[in-house]
Design a protein around this ligand. Structure first.
Ligand SMILES: Cc1ncc(COP(=O)(O)O)c(C=O)c1O
Length: 394
């Protein structure tokens, strides 16, 4: 039986392959700066709410999610993006998700899955990307079009550079803002422009906003705000968010998608087969977290402190630029894969080579291949130790 899948391996599998069999120096405890997993403790609200709702473990969760959860998502979105109070209807515009990952993957089935008989089969993907966009599009049998990003394009796809012949065949576009790995933030004008493209060419624009709360100075604008400014409701737009980064709760698997009610309904029907529902006690804990903003400010202070450390240790080496949001450094080290291997061998530090976040094009490698992504998620002393080693070795 040939179980070879029609796409390249996951970046973290590639990283594991890269360092497999390569020992770290004696006495060194490995440090994983490759993974965007918050290391701060999750808020106590989770434990207390779970305990208070123990009785609900016997119930199957509805596919759309508990109404109380969807209402909390709407309250948060209204507060965060200053939306008109009647703009979002928790029944028509929101679905709970088991984290954004499953939703970002499955939405490609709605847009270009085998049952969708539309001739538009292109999925637009920023490069470098979050691994799921690429895997989702390819597993759905889509034609992938990668939009390279660079310092010159503000680390976001250049919307003027997309050919109309491609846009006419586009079914779905992924945008990540704040972006992983660069931490770039799309302006309201940029979001409006992408939404207008989606409406003109009638494709689904998915905006992955899961780093929206990990910002440095100003809260990043969101696509729902752009929809309000443009009018025409939420037509062609979906946003995805979760508690994983905002509330140090990756293990809770609790997120949501909000947007165009036509797409939400199609998505609900698809998910009623795939069954990734979030257990009800977890949704109620999630609701309590969306209603609380205080713990999120503490998290932001933590990441700001880590970025101060990065600036002090690295200065402007590796073209370091303090990102507007997210908790990653995106460093130009010349050859990202060689640097990752060296950091592992000499200091037991794992970072992610930029090449693993781009399509494989040996004849025309993405410039991201010269970068590494470093997650500043640990406590300040650990971050400082890791960055000092990185500075010394690269
Ligand atoms: C850009 C981006 N989107 C989505 C996710 C998925 O997060 P979750 O499923 O925990 O919401 C991640 C996780 O690292 C991410 O970096």
């Amino acid at each position: 039986m040939d179980l070879q899948l029609p796409f390249d391996v996951n970046p973290f599998d590639r990283l594991a392959d890269l360092v497999r069999g390569v020992p770290v120096p004696d006495g060194v405890t490995p440090l994983r700066m490759c993974l965007g997993e918050p290391q701060l403790p999750p808020p106590e609200l989770i434990a207390t709410t779970l305990q208070a709702n123990e009785r609900a473990w016997n119930r199957y969760p509805p596919t759309s999610g508990e109404l109380a959860y969807r209402q909390a998502c709407v309250r948060w979105l209204n507060r965060r993006y200053r939306l008109p109070s009647d703009y979002l209807d928790p029944d028509r515009h929101i679905l709970s998700l088991s984290g954004t990952k499953e939703g970002l993957f499955l939405i490609a089935q709605v847009a270009v899955g085998p049952e969708r008989r539309s001739p538009a089969r292109v999925v637009l993907i920023p490069s470098p990307y979050y691994l799921v966009y690429d895997g989702a599009a390819r597993m759905a049998g889509a034609e992938t079009v990668y939009l390279r990003t660079s310092e010159a394009s503000g680390h976001l796809p250049d919307l003027d550079g997309i050919d109309a012949s491609i846009l006419r065949r586009t079914a779905l576009a992924y945008l990540c803002s704040p972006s992983n790995p660069q931490g770039a933030v799309a302006s309201l004008e940029y979001l409006e422009k992408y939404i207008q493209l989606a409406r003109t060419f009638d494709f689904i624009l998915v905006v992955d906003e899961c780093y929206s709360e990990i910002y440095d100075e100003a809260p990043p604008p969101g696509a729902l705000e752009a929809c309000v400014r443009l009018g025409e409701g939420l037509r062609n737009v979906l946003i995805f968010n979760s508690l994983s980064k905002r509330s140090n709760a990756g293990g809770l698997r609790c997120g949501f998608v909000a947007g165009d009610e036509r797409i939400i309904e199609a998505f609900r029907r698809l998910r009623s087969f795939s069954g990734g529902q979030v257990p009800i006690p977890i949704q109620l804990a999630g609701a309590a977290l969306w209603d609380d903003d205080e713990h999120v400010e503490i998290n932001r202070r933590h990441y700001r402190c880590n970025f101060e450390i990065a600036a002090a240790v690295l200065g402007d080496a590796f073209e370091l630029r303090r990102p507007a949001a997210s908790f990653f450094l995106w460093l130009n080290v010349g050859d990202g894969e060689a640097a990752a291997l060296k950091l592992w061998r000499k200091a037991g530090i794992r970072v992610l080579p930029g090449a693993y976040l781009t399509p494989s094009t040996p004849d025309d490698p993405d410039p991201a291949a010269s970068h590494i992504r470093v997650a500043l998620v640990h406590d300040p002393a650990t971050v400082e130790m890791g960055l000092r080693a990185l500075r010394r070795l690269l």
